[in-house]
Design a protein around this ligand. Sequence first.
Ligand code: TRP
Length: 75
Amino acid sequence: MKKESSDFVVIKAEEDGVHVIGLTRGSDTRFHHSEKLDKGEVMIAQFTEHTSAIKVRGKSQIQTSFGEIESESRK
Ligand code: TRP
C-alpha cells in the first residue's frame, strides 16, 4: 500500500452538522467531498491518491497517528 493511503483519521462529531471536507491532491487544491456528521457519528477516513488534506468544521474529536486534537464550534 502506498504511504499516502495508509493513514487513517478518526473524526467523532460532538455536535450536529459537523462537516468533514476532503481536499484534492495535486496542483489544484479544492473541495471534492463534504460529509455531514451529526452528534455522536464517527467517520474513519484516509489520505488517498485523491485526498491530500481534510478540513473539519464544527466541534469534534479527531484522532490521527500524530495524536488527538479537538476542533471547536464556530458559535
Ligand atoms: N473518494 C475519496 C478518496 O478516495 C474519498 C475520501 C477519502 C474522502 N478520504 C476522504 C472524502 C476524506 C472526504 C474526506 O480520496
